[in-house]
Design a protein around this ligand. Structure first.
Ligand SMILES: [Zn+2]
Ligand SMILES: [Zn+2]
Length: 255
């Protein structure tokens, strides 16, 4: 299984997962043209995609889903709540995700995990094939027990570290937005992410092989703050990457 992060952050998200004969696009917050440009940079075209999965209806995740689905006749998977959002528009073929059961698209097994976030029925995904379990976990305000146990056996993670608590408090956002981001239905702080990784390590020592830090706020965080928060809790053996808003993180083998 390989993945590429085409972009990550509040101005647009898109991730490619490929395994065997199957290539999935998870979320698309970019225009059709921008998606094509980013795909081309990793030697991929929209015609290589088999399906689109959508985590929730915020525009940085769903903004470009309808247009790409219609133009390239791609089937789309999402929860009922996300599908009911007015932000979706028409799609080529809509498949509703049942959050209680995993399902397969081609060679990839998919588990949708409900998360706490200020959207109608948001979920995040765990992709598996053989021994590899790649978990995507962004856009959630807290890691509850159900989320933790779902992600506990992940061998690779694309994980949110959205904000530094002090930078958010001192930063430019209005008070309402600060409360939203920092609340139980907002995003994960560096500290929350470090706590999650620390628990992951203590409950499942040695299981995590690879970590991609994602959805890092450009206003309320820095790569240095994320690194400082994670250094004490991430083992040296774990390969680390940082997904960015402007730059594509090209194909990486999941472990
Ligand atoms: Zn987002
Ligand atoms: Zn969101």
């Amino acid at each position: 299984m390989q993945f590429a992060v085409l972009g990550s952050g509040s101005r647009g998200n898109a991730t490619i997962i490929r395994c065997g004969q199957t290539t999935l696009l998870v979320d698309n917050g970019f225009s059709g043209k921008e998606l094509e440009r980013r795909l081309a940079s990793i030697g991929c075209g929209v015609e290589h995609l088999d399906a689109i999965l959508v985590t929730h209806e915020h525009s940085d995740h769903i903004g470009g889903v309808g247009v790409v689905s219609r133009r390239f006749q791609l089937p789309v998977w999402m929860t009922q709540g996300t599908a009911g959002s007015s932000r979706l528009g028409a799609v080529n073929e809509l498949n509703i995700i049942d959050q209680s059961a995993d399902f397969s698209i081609g060679d990839i097994n998919v588990l949708a995990v409900p998360v706490m976030h200020d959207a109608r029925e948001p979920c995040q995904f765990i992709f598996s094939h053989g021994q590899i379990r790649l978990g995507m976990l962004t856009d959630l305000g807290c890691v509850d027990d159900a989320v933790f146990s779902a992600y506990q056996r992940c061998t690779s993670l694309i994980l949110e570290a959205n904000y530094d608590e002090q930078l958010l408090a001192r930063g430019p956002y209005p008070a309402m937005l600060k409360q939203r981001v920092g609340g139980r239905y907002g995003h994960l702080s560096n500290r929350q992410t470090a706590d999650f990784l620390s628990l992951h390590h203590s409950q499942s020592p040695g299981v995590l092989k690879m970590l991609v830090m994602a959805h890092i706020s450009e206003k309320n965080n820095t790569t240095e703050c994320v690194k400082a928060a994670l250094e004490p809790v991430v083992a040296d053996a774990v390969t680390q990457y940082y997904a960015q808003q402007e730059h594509v993180l090209g194909f990486i083998d999941a472990h």
